[in-house]
Design a protein around this ligand. Structure first.
Ligand SMILES: [Mn+2]
Length: 330
């Protein structure tokens, strides 16, 4: 048996996506893998914790612990220079907390962090074996920043030039907590959090990339297979830090699908059907994060009927006008 520590950081609203993520992670794990799962949170209620506990218990190849972060970083979050929502991303104080794993896991030297807006498509245990002895963190390089330089345009010239080719995204990280503790990297992170001159448009990513500069490793793109990458690859002008082979490989052999922008519960990203199948299998509820039209299928049907009726009326009206014009001319 190989034990792998992995943590997540999300709020009460994200229980349902977390349930889908947890189920897919454990369902795809190889037989010799056991996950030590942790959730850093400040508001997940007992009922929702039990929902997640039940999924883990039923899978039988993991244990799950909730760690209350007791409002850590919430004051800084309120006053800091953070972007609090962009491109459908809803950032919360939990977004910051994931950077500070070293203090919440004093007895763990190496840990995986994962978002929960994902579906795991394969065993991901090999990720844990990647050597990051001399790095603070490894992540997936931003696949879009070369094509859309404005994604990093909030950074000062100095930081932009240092980070543009090495900037890692969120979603999945492998963290060397031992080295982060040894070199007091969390102090550096707190300075960045407090520094209002540094605009944190992507709160967690900006903090990690600046604090860990030059000691960042890179993971294969398969660990973040983006639903919209396939469409971007069709554009002749699309360029990336990743090769064409690596990008297609991430689509053909995904380890994790990351619904980074549009979410299955409030939009229709590619591969949403896989997410919905797990949602239905687990008999999860449609909570407040779901788009209204997904909650009430009836209104959707009425809307369609209304559209059809309107189209028929317009066609009839036009026909009538034509007949009248013809009649007058006669
Ligand atoms: Mn995400």
């Amino acid at each position: 048996m190989k034990n792998i520590p992995i943590f997540f950081a999300f709020d009460n609203n994200y229980t349902v996506p977390a349930a889908v993520a947890f189920y897919s992670l454990l369902n795809k794990a190889n037989n010799d893998i056991f996950y030590e799962m942790y959730v850093l949170h400040s508001d997940i209620n007992t009922e929702n914790q039990n929902t997640l506990h039940n999924i883990v218990k039923k899978a039988g190849n993991a244990e799950l612990k909730f760690i209350d972060t007791q409002g850590f970083m919430s004051d800084e979050w309120k006053k800091g220079s953070f972007n609090k929502g962009h491109d459908n991303s809803k950032f919360t104080a939990d977004t910051l907390i994931r950077c500070f794993a070293a203090r919440f896991f004093p007895n763990i030297d190496k840990i995986i962090y994962s978002d929960v807006d994902i579906v795991v498509m394969d065993d991901i245990s090999e990720l844990y074996d990647i050597d990051i002895e001399n790095k603070y963190i490894a992540g997936v390089k931003s696949v879009f920043s070369k094509y859309k330089p404005y994604e990093l345009s909030h950074l000062s010239n100095n930081y932009y030039n240092m980070l543009k080719d090495s900037y890692i995204g969120g979603g999945i990280w492998l963290m060397n907590l031992k080295k982060i503790r040894e070199d007091n990297i969390e102090d550096r992170m707190i300075d960045i959090v407090k520094d209002e001159n540094i605009i944190k448009r992507w709160p967690d990513q900006d903090i990690i990339n600046i604090a860990c500069l030059n000691k960042i490793g890179f993971l294969p793109l398969n660990y973040i297979s983006y639903p919209y990458l396939q469409d971007l690859l069709k554009l002749p002008e699309f360029t990336s830090n990743y090769s064409r082979e690596e990008m297609y490989d991430s689509i053909i052999n995904p380890k994790i699908i990351h619904y980074a922008a549009m979410k299955p519960w409030n939009g229709t990203p590619r591969y949403a059907d896989i997410w919905w199948a797990i949602f239905e299998y687990l008999k999860l509820p449609k909570t407040s994060i779901f788009k209204e039209s997904f909650k009430h299928n009836k209104t959707k049907k009425y809307k369609l009927l209304f559209k059809i009726a309107l189209t028929i009326s317009v066609i009839l009206a036009i026909s009538l006008i034509i007949i009248l014009i013809l009649f007058i001319n006669l």
